[in-house]
Structures are given as C-alpha cells and as structure tokens.
Design a protein around this ligand. Structure first.
Ligand SMILES: [Fe+2]
Length: 277
C-alpha cells in the first residue's frame, strides 16, 4: 500500500511516498533499561549525543581514504575521474542518474575496515570510555565489522526511511556511530527523534523488515511512518567535523534529506557492540 510519510525536521515539514504494509505493534518496550549501553550516561533519556571522535590528523586521513574508495567505485563503473580535481562535495556532478548511483552504493555498502586507512578500534576504545562499557568493532552475528559510507546527492531521495536499527537482532546491543565527512550541516545532517527509544511498540506505526520501498529502493530496516503523537518532530543534532553522533539503536532516525543545492553529503556509519563479560 502506498502511503505518504509526513515529518518535521527542525520544524520544517517534509513528505515523501513510501510503499509498504504498516501496523501498530504490541504493548512492549524493546529498549532494555538494565545494563543498557546508555545506562551510565546522563543523556540516556535523549538517546543521543555529539561527542569528540578524532585527534590530530585522524579525520583528514579518514576523509582522504573515503575519497579514494569513492574514486575507485567511480572508476569501477567506467567514470572518468581526475583525482587532482575531484572533491567529495561534487560527487553529483559525476553521478548524474539513479542507476549509476545505485551501482556506486552497491560498492560502498559492502566495504571492510581494511578498505580504509583507519584504526576503527581507537574509536571503539574512545566511545567505550564515554559510555563506561568496553566496546568492540566486531559484530559476532555478522562475522565482520560494520562500516558504511552514506552518500546523499543534493535534491534527491537518497534517504533511509525513519527507522530503528534495533529491530534487527544483530543491532540490539550496540551503539550507533554517525560521522560527518563532507557537506554535513544544518540542511543535511542526520535527523533523530529525541527520546523515541522510550516509545513502546503500540505507539509506533511501522512496516516489517525489508517491507518499505522509497523511490524504488527496498530498505532492510522497517520504515516508521508515525508515532502515537502524530507527525514526528525530528531534529538534526548536526555534529561538527571531527565529532561523532552517538545514539542508541532504538532511537528513531533517518530521512536525512539533503537540502543543500550544490553539495553532496557524505557520512560514515559504524556500529560497536558491547563486549559481553
Ligand atoms: Fe540506521
């Protein structure tokens, strides 16, 4: 069934079409309050926080290696790229149709940490210190680490629907990490719904996993259409370069519409499971 997803981002209304079967859940709170990854921080009720992530030249090195990965993906699709003039912000000038973009993100969604010049475990350690739990980058159920480049072209529907990662079993006990890389600002940064991890399922209207289609693309995560309070009032925490947005996998997030007219937005997402003692 085709529905329209209405939401506000920083008080501005947005809407887009979603195909899927939507249902209200049972009267159960999936967010476990005991020994949760956010149990020891004073921002648990908000569910998210911008924190420092990088030191010295770590951010620049990571950004350079993301640039190399994307240039590699362009070349793999026979796109001519002059490496000395290519910038991540101009990605949309090279990738001018959805078909090519889908081929590129097929590459960027299947990357390994070894594709980057990046010490992922330094970040796991730093964020573990902030949260008061030991974290690892290794996701046992998937038998790999998770690292994914997100690319959002200007004036596009290169977005995830509003969702919770925690609906997928392997993301139940992790911390979500969202890192701004290029073009992330108050018009493009990832929106979240503050406090939404504390909503029970009967207050959420959503699809099943792999049950939502936007602009022809099917998403793994269930799409959340609305909550009992009606249209979702999302905000963009907008972490600065060198910072990370940390959040619980039960926080509703997504629909990162890029309102910049001429800048492609690039971000990196990581997920760190809690080490089981
Ligand atoms: Fe997500």
């Amino acid at each position: 069934m085709q529905r329209v997803c209405y939401l506000h981002i920083d008080h501005e209304p947005f809407q887009f079409k979603v195909e899927g079967n939507f249902f209200w859940g049972k009267q159960v709170l999936l967010y476990e309050k005991e020994n949760n990854i956010l149990s020891k921080v004073n921002w648990e009720s908000e569910g998210y926080k911008c924190v420092n992530a990088f030191e010295n030249n770590e951010f620049e090195n990571l950004k350079q290696s993301i640039k190399h990965v994307i240039i590699g993906a362009l070349k793999a699709n026979d796109i001519l790229v002059d490496e000395s003039t290519f910038s991540l912000a101009n990605y949309h000038e090279y990738v001018t149709d959805d078909e090519l973009h889908n081929k590129i993100i097929n590459i960027t969604r299947n990357l390994e940490v070894s594709d980057f010049d990046f010490d992922i475990d330094i970040l796991a350690k730093r964020f573990g210190k902030i949260l008061g739990y030991r974290l690892t980058s290794w996701v046992e159920e998937l038998q790999k680490s998770h690292i994914q480049i997100r690319i959002s072209r200007p004036d596009s529907l290169d977005i995830n629907p509003p969702h919770r990662d925690g609906y997928l079993s392997y993301w139940e006990d992790i911390v979500n990490v969202w890192l701004p890389i290029e073009g992330c600002n108050n018009k493009s940064s990832l929106p979240v719904l503050p406090g939404s991890h504390l909503l029970p399922e009967n207050e959420i209207l959503r699809t099943e996993s792999k049950g939502a289609k936007i602009n022809g693309n099917i998403y793994y995560v269930p799409c959340i259409l609305e909550t009992k309070s009606g249209v979702m009032q999302m905000i963009r925490p907008n972490p600065k370069e060198g910072e990370a947005l940390l959040f619980t996998p039960f926080l509703i997030h997504g629909s990162a519409i890029n309102q910049n007219k001429h800048i492609t937005r690039i971000s990196l997402e990581l997920r760190f499971p809690k080490v089981k003692d």
